[in-house]
Design a protein around this ligand. Structure first.
Ligand SMILES: *[C@@H]1O[C@H](CO)[C@@H](O)[C@H](O)[C@H]1NC(C)=O
Ligand SMILES: *[C@@H]1O[C@H](CO)[C@@H](O)[C@H](O)[C@H]1NC(C)=O
Ligand SMILES: *[C@@H]1O[C@H](CO)[C@@H](O)[C@H](O)[C@H]1NC(C)=O
Ligand SMILES: *[C@@H]1O[C@H](CO)[C@@H](O)[C@H](O)[C@H]1NC(C)=O
Length: 323
């Protein structure tokens, strides 16, 4: 910001007669150059263009750009009356020169300058932008003193989310019902794909598959009716503008109490079974510990136990001391 202010001040000092309306004056001079072009020698024309006409920025381009991580984005800088000066792109964070003219100066080949001969647009293209590329970029013109225009790039990381756990247990014959959201993306996704095991779900191979995608709510629901064990697999939801996400579906034949008790809502089933296992392990540890120390602790424990047995009902019966 401070640098931008200095640049403007310097420019005003140098051409104080030109005052505020620089673009108008530049256009006027351009017009004169154009009118008398035929009467001037080519050397004179170049001199006029390069020394009398000051380049200036066209402010019509977007200065705040939001990009999605991984998706190519562009910053457009428009410079009028450039003459023979060069346009460079600088990364403000470390003052790294990314491009000069149409050449890339950095080793990072994701940065590229795009320019069509005769156009006033100098575009910085960033392939596969990452969150760390967020920040200020400067379009700089090699006038004396140099002039620059800053652009703010905001790279957002958007990850899709399938509601529920990353593992789902479904009883054979009931439905697989997966809801995927892409809420963080700046715009609604133009499409949301579903894959099974890395391949796009083939609707014709098996009936009873429905996908309902709502762009406005940025959600997509995949329902596979009457699931059979062959429908087990790794299901991936891939919105056009978000990172994909996966859930592993297990279709289980017959009863499988811990995992099945919540049917399609298998997430809770997983929680329950994990919890039960944890409790079982902890009580087994307790049991082992107490039994191995029992001869030593018998007196102490029986005292503690008689005073607190009502407040710790979860102690397994086996560890209750024998009086
Ligand atoms: C562009 O914006 C800058 C700073 O806001 C200003 O100094 C300059 O005159 C503007 N240029 C045009 C062409 O409007
Ligand atoms: C799928 O689940 C959602 C919410 O979890 C529910 O609103 C919807 O009706 C279900 N669809 C089917 C076909 O079961
Ligand atoms: C599921 O598939 C996705 C995409 O192919 C992959 O990245 C992920 O590691 C897979 N998950 C499992 C648990 O295999
Ligand atoms: C889907 O499966 C059908 C039947 O097996 C096959 O003919 C078709 O080519 C498949 N389509 C895709 C896109 O894989």
């Amino acid at each position: 910001m401070a640098q931008a202010t200095t640049t403007i001040t310097q420019r005003k000092c140098k051409c104080n007669t030109m005052s505020a309306n620089l673009p108008l004056i530049a256009a006027f001079i351009n017009f004169i150059v154009f009118c008398f072009a035929d009467t001037l020698s080519p050397e004179m024309q170049i001199y006029w263009e390069n020394h009398l006409v000051q380049p200036y920025f066209d402010n019509s381009s977007k200065r705040e750009v939001t990009a999605i991580a991984g998706q190519t984005c562009q910053l457009h800088c428009r410079v009028k009356s450039l003459g023979d000066r060069a346009v460079s792109w600088i990364r403000k964070r470390d003052l790294h020169i990314l491009t000069v003219g149409i050449l890339t100066y950095t080793n990072d080949q994701r940065f590229q300058s795009l320019h069509t001969d005769g156009s006033d647009e100098w575009t910085l293209r960033i392939t596969s932008p990452q969150a760390r590329d967020s920040g200020v970029y400067e379009c700089q013109v090699s006038t004396e003193p140099k002039i620059s225009q800053s652009f703010r790039l905001n790279v957002v990381v958007s990850k899709a989310n399938i509601l529920g756990n990353s593992e789902l247990f479904v009883k054979s014959g009931s439905d697989i019902n997966l809801t995927c959201e892409a809420l963080q993306s700046p715009q609604p996704p133009s499409f949301i794909y579903w894959y099974k095991g890395g391949r796009v779900i083939n609707y014709s191979q098996r009936g009873g598959i429905s996908v309902l995608t709502e762009q406005q709510t940025r959600t997509s629901r995949l329902v596979i009716s009457r699931a059979s064990p062959s429908d087990s697999g790794n299901y991936t939801c891939a919105p056009s503008n978000s990172d994909s996400t996966s859930v592993v579906v297990h279709v289980i034949k017959g009863e499988h109490p811990a995992a099945m008790q919540h049917g399609i809502n298998g997430a809770n089933g997983v929680h329950t079974s994990t919890y039960q296992i944890a409790v079982a392990i902890i009580s087994a540890c307790f049991q082992h510990l107490l039994l191995s120390r029992l001869p030593l602790m018998a007196t102490g424990f029986s005292l503690a136990s008689s005073s607190s047995s009502s407040s710790s009902p979860s102690l397994p019966a086996a560890v209750r001391p024998v009086r």
